[in-house]
Design a protein around this ligand. Structure first.
Ligand SMILES: Cc1cc2nc3c(=O)[nH]c(=O)nc-3n(C[C@H](O)[C@H](O)[C@H](O)COP(=O)(O)OP(=O)(O)OC[C@H]3O[C@@H](n4cnc5c(N)ncnc54)[C@H](O)[C@@H]3O)c2cc1C
Length: 384
């Protein structure tokens, strides 16, 4: 995609976001209410189906365009976390689903009739150690019987389908612990109250995250994606896309914080001159800017690599981490630049500050990115 087309997308997203003023985000945050109107507007404009190929009704754009969309959403002050997963969770279905599954679901997802934005991987006891998950799916004729529990399953109450990772062969019976797990598409609306229950978790941000309980849940065998036992591999390549897109969101956040801090530093006058005239105020803004520009280059590189089909694990992890650190640096700087006013809800800084902090924990925490680089890129001994 050429730069002009990308600029047009960015401008259009920015115009759409401008119709949702800061008061909207303050109110939804205060009430921990799902921003359904915003999600509907993005869906209707076709942005959430940008990665779905045209043959299935999407716009068939690449990850660079998706990253630009999410970056603009965050840079406008909005919170794309309410719906970003609708863009990328379907990637597992697209890459590993059967032709029949793709035909059944992708056009409906592209049209916004079906929401596939819940991703059930994390569990209370396994934590980051995904291969220790305890949710099991046992084949019974033409169905699987699923039992277990997921935690931090975001948007579960606002999704029609969930991509679920479960063990189909016990860990002791597989050669490699990454084997023996499978992914399923769960029809959540049909399953609710019939083996599936959802409990919201109230958090420091408005994220619609939940606990999901699975008790003798019947999932038709035709909802297994790809081959049984290969689920871990299937979700891994989707995770790279997720990390790159989250990186882009962090760049958008950093841009928002830097713009707000710069404006305030110009306008706020103390001791008879703008605070931004002091190097003690200027330099942290300049540093945050530098860090975010450097991280943006890594996000762009990772997105281009992913789009070309080349391995992008290293770059996806570095992009997410550098961007999350840059957005946090910018958040802290922005709060400091605003002095006491940064704490006032009406300035929106405290909200964005809370929201952007998430990305050093999810979708993967800082230490795990560092361990990945140390072990798999630098060849150091595995530490865990
Ligand atoms: C708001 C929110 C939304 C989320 N949404 C989803 C979702 O939709 N779907 C989903 O599946 N998950 C989701 N998650 C889960 C998220 O991916 C996990 O929280 C994250 O991967 C960390 O796992 P954990 O919380 O179990 O931390 P743990 O694994 O318990 O780790 C705790 C801390 O210990 C560190 N640590 C652990 N092991 C090591 C080690 N070997 N070396 C060094 N440090 C280590 C970690 O880095 C971390 O800082 C979400 C989380 C949050 C908070």
């Amino acid at each position: 995609m050429d730069n002009n087309a990308l600029t047009e997308i960015r401008e259009a997203v920015s115009r759409l976001c401008a119709t949702f003023p800061p008061e909207y985000w303050r109110e939804t945050d205060r009430e921990r209410r799902y921003p359904a109107e915003f999600v509907r507007a993005l869906t209707e404009a076709g942005y959430l189906s940008c990665l779905i190929p045209e043959e299935y009704g999407g716009s068939g754009l690449g990850l660079t365009a998706a990253a630009a969309i999410l970056e603009e959403i965050q840079a406008s002050g909005a919170n794309g976390a309410a719906c970003h997963a609708q863009m990328y969770i379907m990637g597992t279905l697209l890459r590993h689903g059967s032709p029949a599954q793709k035909l059944k679901y992708l056009p409906a997802i592209a049209a916004g009739r079906l929401r596939l934005q819940a991703f059930g991987v994390t569990e209370p006891t396994a934590g980051t150690d995904t291969t220790s998950i305890r949710t099991v799916a046992v084949r019974r004729g033409d169905k699987y019987l699923v039992n277990g529990q997921k935690v931090w399953t975001s948007r579960a109450e606002h999704s029609d389908l969930m991509l679920l990772l479960a063990r189909t062969t016990p860990r002791e019976q597989v050669k490699k612990r990454t084997e023996g797990m499978s992914v399923f598409l769960v029809d959540m609306k049909a399953a609710l109250g019939r083996g599936l229950s959802i409990r919201p978790i109230r958090t420091m941000i408005n994220h619609a995250t939940t606990e999901v309980f699975l008790e003798d849940l019947e999932v038709p065998a035709e909802n297994l994606i790809g081959e049984e036992g290969k689920g871990f591999r299937y979700i891994l390549d989707g995770m790279n896309a997720e990390r790159i897109l989250i990186g882009a969101e962090c760049i958008g956040d950093a841009r928002w914080f830097i713009a707000r801090a710069t404006q305030y530093a110009r306008e706020r006058s103390v001791f008879g001159r703008p605070i931004g005239q002091n190097q003690g105020v200027q330099f942290p803004i300049a540093r945050a800017y530098m860090a975010s520009e450097a991280a943006a280059l890594m996000v762009a590189r990772a997105a281009a690599l992913y789009e070309s089909g080349a391995p992008a694990g290293k770059e996806a992890n570095m992009a997410k981490q550098l961007a999350a650190e840059a957005s946090w640096q910018a958040a802290d700087m922005c709060l400091q630049t605003h002095g006491g006013y940064g704490f006032a809800e009406e300035y929106d800084i405290e909200r964005k500050f809370r929201e952007t902090r998430l990305y050093q924990i999810a979708p993967i925490s800082t230490n795990l990115v560092l361990s990945y680089l140390a072990e798999h890129v630098l060849g150091l001994p595995r530490s865990y």
